[in-house]
Design a protein around this ligand. Structure first.
Ligand SMILES: NC(=O)c1ccc[n+]([C@@H]2O[C@H](COP(=O)([O-])OP(=O)(O)OC[C@H]3O[C@@H](n4cnc5c(N)ncnc54)[C@H](O)[C@@H]3O)[C@@H](O)[C@H]2O)c1
Length: 336
């Protein structure tokens, strides 16, 4: 008999609402049974769209609720680590949005809690791993047809920024995805980073409008990550891997090319929800399947932790104007 996973969602803003609709309408084996948001009206609006989930005003009570079998955390970053640990304590599988925590030390508490429980319960929302374009680039590079991978590159273009984000905001909010892509697609760890950036203005030297990070991998490959925090024109993500005899890169735009009136053009996606529409569905499907299988899959808390350590090093490098080594702790057995 088919089984349904009952999901509780914490945070019902842009991402929480997307997860709620995907889990209700795009994943056959899941149902949204509870929603918690400090903005009760927003939670009620999203609950009404998914067939009347129960509303909670307290996240810990939602996690403990009997009608909640698994949890999605889509609240602001500062709540991620604490709520993920509460899910681990309750023995409930959790899909925590990225970043796993606000810094490496806090992320370490999560992996320690999960490792001491002896089984993986956490998947982190580093969902590029489910994006068909990223998967295709990795598959071609991994095939070895282009020899060994020498260089990873990614370009991350945001449409606009909310005010003047700090270097830390841009790296932990946006570039964390590309840090994970670099580790996952190269199958190697980042051991050294060097960050340069352009602030929004001379009056806000810690703000970051454009960020560039050079990477060194443990195996000797190099990498480069770029993020335009405020392009003013749309959202684009491009990744490439250069091998010894060729290069594979994703197309920056997914839309068809239209030629008309002596002009040729493509639509630029508005934002991540549009660009990664399919990836979010595939991520939710894989997560629900892993809950049914009783075994967490996808980007792990370890991936969330190591990405955070790299992010911390990138921030430190930018603020100190010099390269920064990334020190990797030993990997607990449950992540091997
Ligand atoms: N994976 C991705 O591609 C992706 C994309 C965007 C955002 N995110 C992540 O998703 C999370 C949410 O981002 P968003 O864009 O939906 O933000 P948002 O501001 O649209 O939504 C956040 C929601 O959380 C609610 N909230 C605030 N404090 C809360 C609390 N203590 N408990 C419960 N809910 C609370 C807010 O009322 C709001 O409804 C962030 O951590 C962000 O990094 C991931």
């Amino acid at each position: 008999m088919s089984r349904t996973v009952n999901v509780g969602i914490i945070g019902s803003g842009g991402m929480g609402a997307r997860h709620a609709s995907n889990l209700t309408y795009m994943v056959a084996a899941s149902e949204v049974t509870a929603i918690m948001d400090v903005d009760a009206a927003r939670a009620e609006k999203i609950a009404a769209r998914c067939g009347g989930a129960r509303i909670y005003s307290d996240a810990e009570r939602l996690i403990a609720a009997p009608e909640v079998e698994a949890v999605v955390i889509a609240a602001p970053n500062r709540f991620h680590a604490k709520l993920t640990k509460a899910c681990i304590d309750a023995g409930k599988p959790v899909l925590c949005e990225k970043p796993l925590a606000t810094g490496g030390a806090e992320a370490r508490e999560v992996i320690e809690a999960e490792a001491s429980g002896g089984r993986r319960l956490v998947q982190v929302g580093l969902m590029r791993q489910f994006d068909p374009a990223h998967v295709a680039v990795k598959r071609i590079s991994d095939s070895g047809a282009q020899g060994n991978a020498l260089v990873f590159r990614s370009v991350h273009i945001n449409p606009s920024s909310d005010g003047s984000p700090s270097l830390g905001d841009v790296i932990t909010g946006s570039l964390i995805h590309d840090i994970h892509s670099a580790r996952w697609m190269m199958g190697d760890e980042i051991v050294r980073v060097h960050t340069s950036y352009i602030p929004f203005s001379a009056d806000t030297p810690d703000s970051a409008r454009y960020v560039m990070v050079q990477l060194e991998f443990a195996g000797g490959a190099l990498g480069g990550l770029e993020c335009n925090a405020d392009s003013g024109y749309g959202y684009e993500i491009e990744v490439s891997i250069t091998g010894e005899t060729g290069v594979v890169h994703s197309s920056p735009l997914q839309s068809p090319v239209v030629r008309h009136s002596n002009a040729s053009g493509q639509w630029v996606e508005e934002d991540w929800l549009q660009r990664f529409n399919e990836a979010y569905v595939l991520e939710a499907q894989a997560w629900v399947q892993s809950v049914l299988d009783g075994e967490a899959a996808g980007p792990s808390a370890w991936d969330g932790y190591v990405s955070m350590l790299v992010a911390d090093a990138c921030i430190e490098s930018g603020l100190q104007f010099r390269p920064q080594a990334v020190k990797l702790p030993e990997r607990p057995a449950i992540y091997r």
